[in-house]
Design a binder for this molecule. Structure first.
Ligand code: GNR
Ligand code: NI
Length: 167
């Protein structure tokens, strides 16, 4: 397994639309292992392959306290419903910023698991938000896209400045 580099906003590669996984093979299993290792060391509650510059429709999540309950979604398909709820969101690709985002409360998911087996599930609360946030990454979309232009521009300036300082 390996810890992968996480792309940071405004890296244009984060805007790439991910391709469906054609076969859940050994290479995808290795990608899932690397995504989970990268997620746990970050640490975060979700990670999309897009964030590590692999443009395939694979996401991993783990909202458990003990970080021992991974959820793998390959080629996820979402149906959203319910009321609008506002959550403070953060993103490993937008480090240090938390801003309120409004989304649908309920998510119904169809996906393949790490073994390539189809399954469905329902989510509410933070898991629902996180699944929607990760699926946005697969479309090249970031939570900052939901903010005002002013807020997004401020975040971009601050991140570019700190990225220059790191380099
Ligand atoms: O670790 C993460 N926390 C989080 C908090 C609120 C809403 C969404 C998230 S996802 C984020 C990790 C990440 O960037 N996933 O793409
Ligand atoms: Ni994110």
């Amino acid at each position: 397994m390996a810890i992968l580099n996480i792309l940071k906003f405004p890296d244009p590669r984060l805007r790439t639309r991910a391709e469906p996984v054609a076969a859940v093979d050994a290479a995808i299993d290795r990608l899932v292992g690397d995504l989970l290792e990268t997620l746990y060391q970050a640490p975060g509650i979700g990670l999309a392959a897009s964030q590590v510059n692999v443009h395939k429709r694979v996401i991993v999540l783990d909202l458990s306290e003990a970080k021992d309950d991974p959820l793998v979604l390959i080629n996820p398909q979402l149906e959203l419903s319910g009321e609008l709820v506002e959550t403070d969101e953060g993103c490993l690709s937008v480090p240090g910023f938390y801003e309120p985002v409004t989304r649908r409360a309920h998510t119904s998911v169809k996906a393949l698991d790490r073994q390539g087996k189809p399954f469905s599930m329902q989510a509410d609360g933070l898991l629902s938000v996180c699944i929607q946030h990760e699926c946005d990454h697969l479309e090249g979309k970031l939570f900052v896209d939901y903010l005002s232009n002013l807020k997004r521009t401020r975040i971009q300036k601050k991140l570019l400045k700190s990225q220059r300082a790191d380099a």
